[in-house]
Design a protein around this ligand. Sequence first.
Ligand code: ZN
Length: 131
Amino acid sequence: MQRLHISTSTREQLLDITREVAEAIAASEVAEGVAVVYCPHTTAGITINENADPDVARDLLETLRRLVPCDSGYRHCEGNSDAHVKATMVGSSATIPIENGHPLLGTWQGVYLTEFDGPRNRTVIVTVMGS
Ligand code: ZN
């Protein structure tokens, strides 16, 4: 198990962590198996989507903003309820197959840490299982 330490720079951000995840898998020396990429935070998450065109990440954030407004009569007193809702919609982990020591991602896929209440220092845990 490895911990990645990631600093986000804005309140809402999709941060491409594909390289860091691939390095964690390589360091595990597992050739065939799976990696679980997990975010232990309540206002951030993990998703896999296109990282070729940066407009895709922008569109994802903009759509989540439209679906989950900042101020919608929430009860939670911290003022970041929209971030909690968005984090739950995105989910807190992704499971990626490993082939020949590399994450088996599609040509256009990347792994993102999704920040909804930054900027903050975040931890991402990569657990690699296999042989
Ligand atoms: Zn909160």
